[in-house]
Design a protein around this ligand. Structure first.
Ligand code: MRU
Length: 368
């Protein structure tokens, strides 16, 4: 990672030179360019989320929290500005529930504030808390998921444990460590021979452009595959475990994640390969039961399907790969039903993908 130590990596932070500026990594440009981007207004935050400078459920939530802090800085009528910003943020990406969670958490915190200065200081503290807590949550997921990898490693006599992952549920999707990748990083740090099959993850290629980049930066052995290769690898005994992230998990354990996750779960089920989903509890939508029926699935711009981002002769560019008039549909997420999920890896432990399993770990939500 581009910090001296993996521990110090962060995906969003307050500028050390100017407390009215929040800084992010512009993930649209990776792995070819590493650019820090300044957010100066809440509108910059909305743009960063909707245009995917930042992405991944926990980081989207954190960016929304910091955007409310920015809203508090630049307004004559602070409350009206924060309400307008909150509305726009809530609409910026529909599937990841951490966005709503983070916005509501900051708004709740600000209810007791009196005066603009207090609003700003509380908004800042809440955004900082959300980020600090997210790192601890990822550590918890890492510790619990590590035990699953250790159990498989114990049966493999030093042969690599092959983990397949989809999209980027890594450090770049969170504040640090990731969700699906945290167990992998912890296993690698512990000296376990772990190898990752990285799904390319069309259309935006979060696997080839983000997951492969961050695994390389952390020295984790990995191999990039096209999205359609997973079933073949599973049939030939080359996958021991699948771990993905999720953008929204229902109270019954259905998981919405990057488009194509459902197909990986079906292939894993057919080949009796454990399929785990790693998630912070901030990703659970306790108000939702049936993921297929209730979770809104974002449809994104057709250009993500028709165009590819890459580098040629040292210059980065987008290239259209289709005829100019090809009709396109671009659903960004799908829902994997709980029955295909072996277990959920959370910061409090691993549980069945079911209401009973989740409530055992998070009993405070039984009436939610
Ligand atoms: O469209 P994206 O890149 O925001 O989608 C992200 C994913 O699907 C991740 O796997 C998910 O958010 C989990 S992030 C820890």
């Amino acid at each position: 990672m581009l910090a001296d130590k993996a521990e110090d990596f962060r995906t969003i932070w307050l500028s050390p030179d100017d407390e009215s500026v929040v800084q992010i990594i512009d993930q649209r440009l990776l792995p070819h360019e590493y650019c820090i981007h300044d957010l100066r207004t809440w509108q910059d935050g909305v743009e960063a989320i909707s245009d995917m400078y930042v992405r991944g459920a926990p980081l989207i939530g954190a960016t929304a929290a910091w955007s409310l802090y920015l809203a508090s800085l630049r307004a004559d009528d602070t409350q009206a500005e924060i309400d307008t910003a909150a509305d726009a943020l809530l609409k910026s990406r529909p599937t990841a529930v951490n966005l709503r969670w983070a916005v509501e958490r900051v708004l709740d915190r600000l209810r007791s504030a009196s005066g603009a200065a207090e609003v700003t200081s509380l908004a800042r503290r809440e955004a900082e808390n959300i980020c600090d807590e997210d790192i601890e949550i990822s550590r918890g997921i890492g510790d619990h998921g590590l035990q699953l990898i250790e159990a498989i490693a114990a049966k493999k006599n030093g042969e690599p444990v092959n983990v397949l992952t989809h999209c980027n549920a890594g450090s770049l999707a969170t504040i640090n460590w990731g969700t699906a990748t945290a167990p992998i990083y912890f296993a690698h740090q512990k000296g376990i021979n772990v190898h990752v099959w990285v799904d390319e993850t069309r259309p935006r290629n979060q696997g080839s452009q983000l997951t492969a980049w961050e695994l390389a930066a952390n020295g984790v052995p990995h191999t990039l595959i096209v999205d359609n290769a997973g079933g073949h690898l599973m049939q030939h005994g080359k996958v021991d475990l699948v771990i993905t992230g999720t953008d929204r998990t229902t109270r019954c354990g259905d998981v919405a994640n990057k488009i194509g996750t459902y197909l990986k779960a079906l292939a894993a089920h057919d080949n009796e390969i454990p399929f785990y989903v790693a998630l912070p509890s901030t990703t659970i939508d306790w108000s939702c039961r049936d993921g297929v029926a209730e979770i809104p699935i974002e449809e994104r711009d057709p250009s993500e399907v028709t165009d590819i981002y890459g580098v040629s002769n040292g210059k980065t560019m987008h290239v259209r790969t289709t005829a100019s008039d090809t009709p396109v549909s671009n659903f960004a997420f799908d829902v994997t039903p709980a029955r295909l999920v072996t277990g959920l890896i959370t910061e409090r432990g691993v549980c069945d993908a079911s209401e009973a399993g989740l409530l055992k770990l998070f009993p405070e939500n039984s009436d939610a």
